[in-house]
Design a protein around this ligand. Structure first.
Ligand code: C2G
Length: 130
């Protein structure tokens, strides 16, 4: 079984996230999403609108997602890849080059971000519509 993994906060789930999952899943037979915990989001300087358990529940409802694990820190990727026998690590290309060190463990693929949509743009447009 060819396993794929990707990492992120996935707050205010939108079609850009879904298109990432769809393309990542198509690279193998199984997709694991490592979902940033609320505590790790604080380290990332992000405050998710939805708490971890709600973001997890939504991801688990997506047909392209086979498993959701917590992302507690930046440094867990190599051990996740080894422990879960991952073949391919995928991120959107805003991260291009940032995780090339993982090529020692698995295939590393950066997929083009979906243009014109982001959690931040959703928050900003809602803020401006008040
Ligand atoms: N993404 C995308 N297209 C968009 C928006 C996001 O392809 N329009 C992708 C991003 O490139 C990323 C993933 O969706 O690969 C998740 O994005 P975020 O939830 O913003 O995650 P991020 O804060 O980048 O956290 O250790 C890695 C970090 O956890 C990544």
């Amino acid at each position: 079984m060819r396993k794929v993994i990707t990492y992120g906060t996935f707050d205010l789930l939108h079609y850009g996230h879904i298109l990432l999952f769809q393309r990542a899943r198509a690279l193998g037979d199984h997709l694991t999403v490592a979902l940033s915990t609320d505590e790790f989001n604080t380290i990332k300087g992000k405050a998710a609108y939805f708490p971890y358990h709600k973001r997890k529940m939504m991801l688990e409802a997506i047909k392209y997602v086979d498993a959701v694990i917590p992302e507690h820190c930046w440094e867990q990727k190599a051990s996740d890849i080894s422990n879960l026998h991952i073949h391919t690590f995928v991120m959107g290309d805003d991260w291009k080059g940032k995780f090339d060190d993982l090529k020692a463990y698995c295939e590393v693929i950066y997929l083009a971000r979906t243009p014109d949509i982001s959690t931040t743009s959703i928050k900003d447009s809602l803020q401006n519509s008040i």
